[in-house]
Ligand binder design. Structure first.
Ligand code: FES
Ligand SMILES: [Fe+2]
Length: 372
């Protein structure tokens, strides 16, 4: 148990050091429950979070549910065509109103005592509720959440304060256009559990390819490690690499083609990995201070019967890379709790994205604690 106050823990990282002089955030940030709780409000509630895909909610009555930062959410398309999102929490006794992951409905009915809500979130039906004093039905609709769509992803922001999605994404909007994501089709979702803090997974992603030659021999064989590039934006990092054919390991080379691999990280927890003709997205969800779920969605441009075997082989290569990362993430989590470790230094050539992540995180935590 850390005897320092949360202000001391957060204040112990210096976000102003340039990369060549920087340290990582301290090990305590990955193991302290107070940091985990603070992040829910300061990071996850304030940022735009992906909760689903636009193709899941394309028609009237289509809905999708999700949960992050301990909050159940439902997004539903109204008969007027507008997409709305709500806390998926019944105003009666707090049960989840919609319990399915996705589907189509004409009203939202709570399974507990049968209260019903319109697709606009208005409270409609309250069985056996006659004689209840000072109960204003109009004030007991589902509590709304800000929602917006971009490039086929549905985002919500829990906090009523914060930038609009377009401001949050900034130059990414232009950068994504040529990737033509609308030509890709969702094929499969896989969920991975990691015994580590969510930031360990993000750090691992943002190390500029540093670990690739050591941990991912197959992936390494198709990337040009020397030409791997790291570009930081205000709230994102783009890592990219030429894709090479010569010397490619057979399994990986067969399914990672095109000229370039693009790996976008959008603060704090969403990644888009793009190769010609395919993409996977990673959504990193903290389940506790040392438990993380990463949701992978796989997309392909060609989803014909002929392409099925190749697409499955591509997903298998993705799965192998995750399996290679699982053990190292666990190992890092363990080491972060060791009395021998406080913080580490960063490679100037490779780890600029990680530095950006740590500085953005520090800014959010400091703001929440009203530190300088
Ligand atoms: S908790 Fe929803 S109807 Fe009672
Ligand atoms: Fe990795």
């Amino acid at each position: 148990m850390n005897r320092d106050s949360i202000e001391q823990v957060v204040g112990s990282y210096d976000p102003d050091r340039p990369l060549a002089q920087a340290w990582t955030i301290p090990g305590s940030w990955y193991v302290d429950d107070r940091v985990d709780r603070l992040e829910r409000d300061a990071v996850f509630a304030r940022s735009w979070q992906v909760i689903g895909r636009s193709d899941q909610v394309s028609g009237p009555g289509d809905f999708v549910t999700a949960e992050f930062a301990g909050e159940p959410i439902v997004a539903v398309r109204g008969t007027d065509g507008a997409l709305r999102a709500f806390f998926n929490v019944c105003r009666h006794h707090a049960a989840a109103v919609e319990t399915r992951a996705e589907g189509r409905t004409h009203l939202l009915r709570c399974p507990y005592h049968g209260w019903t809500y319109s697709l606009q979130g208005e409270l409609k039906g309250t069985p056996d509720f006659q004689g209840v004093c000072d109960f204003d039905r109009a004030r007991n609709g589902l509590v709304p959440v800000a929602v917006a769509e971009w490039e086929g992803f549905v985002f919500v922001r829990l906090s009523s304060e914060g930038p609009a999605l377009t401001d949050f994404l900034g130059p990414l909007i232009e950068q994504f256009r040529p990737m033509n994501l609308s030509s890709l089709h969702f094929v499969e979702r896989r969920r991975y559990a990691f015994d580590c803090n969510w930031k360990v997974f993000v750090d691992n992603y943002l190390d500029g390819g540093y670990h690739v030659p050591h941990l991912h021999k197959g992936l390494d064989s198709v990337l040009d490690y020397g030409k791997y590039q790291i570009e930081n934006g205000e709230r994102y990092c783009l890592q990219s690499s030429p894709v090479v054919r010569e010397g490619a390991e057979a399994e990986t080379g067969a399914v990672r083609t095109g000229d370039r691999a693009l790996y976008y990280w959008i603060y704090p927890n969403f990644m888009v990995n793009w190769y010609e003709g395919l993409m996977d997205t990673n959504l990193v969800l903290p389940l506790g201070v040392n438990r993380t779920e990463v949701i992978f969605d796989f997309y392909f441009s060609d989803v014909s019967a002929d392409a099925q075997a190749r697409n499955a082989a591509s997903i298998a290569v993705g799965q192998r890379i995750q399996d290679e990362d699982t053990a190292i993430c666990h190992s890092v989590q363990k080491g972060l709790t060791s009395r021998a470790y406080q913080a580490g230094r960063l490679s100037v050539r490779r780890e600029g994205g990680e530095h950006l992540f740590h500085r953005l995180l520090a800014a959010d935590l400091r703001r929440a604690l009203s530190l300088r």
